[in-house]
Design a protein around this ligand. Structure first.
Ligand code: GCW
Length: 673
């Protein structure tokens, strides 16, 4: 089981005896809660299991505070601790924060949660330290940066997963919720250990059959399975459900029958899942119906759901800003999909109910290998919003490649939007995070053992967006594979080189990923970007390339950013090379800040990226014998494939542009004649 991947970074591999020797022997685990469905109880069981596996210590759970033996590990909420006479930490506690104290004179350990969930998070913190052989005494309070720390699954009821690369759904099969909840509990455990607190279980392209009696009972079982791990569930809705499922003639959000239909459905859902976290809505996007279909505003649509949810505590509507015209006319120079989110949402700012949160993809288009942050982050001043990222490597090699995405996310989160000329890093203006995860029933969860590092990093960054990508990959490597320094260093090297490598051999200078746009979003297909309505244009001609997004001569997208940022993107001399072609249309012979021409940069970057991908299997081969053969072989195979596919990428893209512009490679490597 240690090798299957199911436990991810929670393997709790036995520590070498030399390390264990430094560790105390505890007498018991004192649990300040006896309800077996409480996250505190889950935490205690996890402690029992973890200590057995990591340290070989078998401890009893004790519920009797009067008989507590010393030294013990005590886990509970701040309120429960106060009954023992233990004070809360002096530092302020935020919702779901925790206080871990291993510096007590009687050698006990206190794991105190602000909430039950916090107690669970503190427990995982303690166990993950031990699992890394870290016995340093600590007394720390840790609080989340935000309360919305979600993931999205794009699971269909038939068990398929849209953009899923790891086998069928763990939630649904043949139109119904699965019977066996084993994987769902294991999934909840993983999410909880990185302090995520909700999962939206079905695809945003939602099927209204989710509301059948049987499926509502199924949702109840899912929620009951995940709740002890502190995970709430949410669901995605299909806007036209009242018509398609309810037999009404319309789904107009202002129609009284439609309103009461949704109220009834909401009541039924909450009867089964009283702590539902809310509804995710994709409407008027990619051919989907929505309020605009009924000549209502997007706010009218969002507010209808929001009002239906208001009687149920803190449930929210996640309204996706991914609204755009996918039949865009490319012949119009100023037509620009990147403008869509601001065009649709800016004027609605202030029109939304309080429990509506706008869900905004990190960039203006769609999870590309390089994008600037979405300008909508700076245009909603009265509406709360979350940033949407994607662990599923839809445009990043779909887990046939390994790309460690934390450095990309960090660039976006650190980007200073300069709203009103004030510091406004994206990480500070979002009210939460959600991530398109798309795990499946594969034992690797995600399709590639290394790619699970992205989920781990995502969780840590939602809690603390200043988390360092290198620290995270090192911790993850130790927890997932081994404490051996060669293992940690090798994985860290591959991980930290993986994004630049992929960018080099795919799309450079902000031209987007250049993969197939029409259907698969996989593999090189620079020609597929243009000549269709999807709006992921490169506007490549025989002499020039890039999208003119300036206000002066282009789509005006640069002007959607606050003035200080707009001034950078508007000016070709100030725009950083890596975003040059995102904002400007230039001749292939345009000279970059690096001194190279655009076309020579393409050629060179593709050779560099492909060459670097060749080093990954070689690096990995150092781990033979240092980790288990099962996972060694799985990853070795994947990295070998990645190296080969990088060559395909290199030659496809380079040949494509050589054929287009006929400017030879200075180093004479590229030839298609
Ligand atoms: O990136 C695109 C995907 C679609 C997806 C859409 C979205 C679920 O290609 O498959 O639909 O994004 O985010 O809604």
């Amino acid at each position: 089981a240690l090798e299957s991947g199911i436990d991810g970074w929670l393997r709790y591999a036995e520590l070498p005896a030399s390390l264990c020797a430094k560790q105390h022997q505890y007498s018991s685990i004192l649990v300040l809660d006896e309800f077996q469905t409480s996250p505190v109880y889950t935490a205690a069981k996890e402690l029992q299991d973890g200590l057995k596996r990591i340290l070989g210590q078998s401890l009893e759970l004790s519920f009797d505070i009067t008989a507590a033996q010393q030294p013990s590990i005590i886990v509970g909420t701040v309120d429960a601790f106060s009954k023992l006479g233990v004070d809360p930490p002096s530092e302020a506690f935020k919702a779901d924060g925790f206080y871990l104290n291993t510096q007590l004179t009687n050698a006990s350990v206190h794991i105190m949660g602000e909430s039950e969930r916090g107690a669970l998070y503190g427990t995982f913190e303690f166990l993950m330290r031990l699992a890394q052989g870290n016995f340093d005494p600590v007394s720390i309070v840790s609080n989340p940066s935000v309360s919305i720390r979600w993931v999205n699954q794009w699971d269909n009821l038939d068990g398929s997963i849209e953009r899923g690369y790891a086998g069928p759904s763990i939630f649904f099969r043949d139109g119904e919720v699965v019977e066996d909840m084993t994987r769902i509990a294991q999934f909840a455990r993983l999410l909880s250990s990185i302090r995520l607190n909700a999962v939206v279980v079905n695809n945003v392209n939602a099927n209204p059959k989710l509301f059948s009696e049987k499926n509502l009972r199924g949702l109840q079982r899912i929620a009951d399975t995940m709740r002890p791990w502190g995970i709430r569930i949410g669901i995605s809705l299909y806007f036209d459900s009242p018509r398609e499922f309810g037999g009404l003639p319309t789904a107009d959000p202002l129609d009284p029958d439609v309103i009461s239909w949704w109220q009834d459905i909401t009541a039924k859902v909450f009867e089964k899942v009283p702590d539902l976290v809310g509804y995710t809505i994709k409407a008027n996007s990619e051919g989907q119906p929505g309020p605009l279909t009924y000549k209502r505003t997007l706010a009218d649509g969002a507010n209808m759901f929001a009002r239906a949810l208001q009687p149920y505590g803190n449930a929210i509507v996640m309204y996706r800003a991914f609204v755009y015209n996918h039949h865009l006319d490319e012949s119009v120079w100023t037509n620009d999909r990147a403008n869509a989110a601001v065009d649709y949402f800016k004027d609605l700012d202030g029109e939304f109910e309080d429990n509506v949160i706008c869900q905004i993809k990190f960039g203006p288009i769609d999870f590309q290998v390089r994008e600037p942050p979405s300008p909508l982050f700076a245009n909603l001043r009265k509406t709360k919003f979350v940033i949407e990222t994607q662990v599923a490597q839809e445009y990043l090699g779909q887990q046939s490649h390994y790309v460690y995405i934390a450095p990309l996310w960090k660039e976006i989160l650190d980007f200073d939007m300069r709203i009103d000329g004030q510091p406004s890093a994206v990480r500070d203006i979002v009210c939460g995070h959600t991530n398109v995860l798309n795990i499946g029933s594969d034992t690797t969860w995600i399709g590639h053992h290394l790619s699970l590092s992205n989920l781990y990093a995502y969780g840590r960054m939602t809690w603390d967006p200043l988390s360092d990508p290198v620290d995270m990959i090192q911790d993850w490597s130790r927890l997932t594979f081994s404490l051996d320094q060669t293992v940690v260093d090798t994985i860290t090297k591959i991980a930290m080189e993986s994004w630049p490598t992929y960018e080099n051999h795919s799309g450079n200078l902000g031209i987007q990923t250049l993969c197939d746009i029409i259907y698969t979003h996989y593999g090189p297909s620079p020609g597929s970007q243009d000549g269709n309505g999807w709006g992921q244009f490169t506007r490549a001609t025989a002499t020039s390339i890039g999208v003119d997004r300036t206000v002066a001569t282009g789509s005006g997208n640069a002007g959607q950013y606050p003035p200080e940022v707009a001034a950078i993107f508007e000016d070709i001399d100030k725009t950083p090379d890596e975003l040059l072609l995102w904002f400007h249309h230039v001749p292939y012979t345009h000279c970059l800040k690096s001194g190279k021409t655009v076309i020579q940069h393409f050629y060179d970057a593709h050779y560099e990226g492909a060459a670097n991908a060749q080093t990954f299997p070689k690096e990995w081969s150092k781990l033979k014998g240092l980790i288990d053969d099962h996972r060694f072989n799985h990853v070795a195979f994947k990295l070998e494939y990645q190296a080969g596919h990088a060559l395909v990428w290199r030659d496809s893209v380079n040949n494509f542009y050589l054929a287009k512009c006929r400017i030879p490679d200075e180093k004479n490597r590229v030839s298609n004649y």
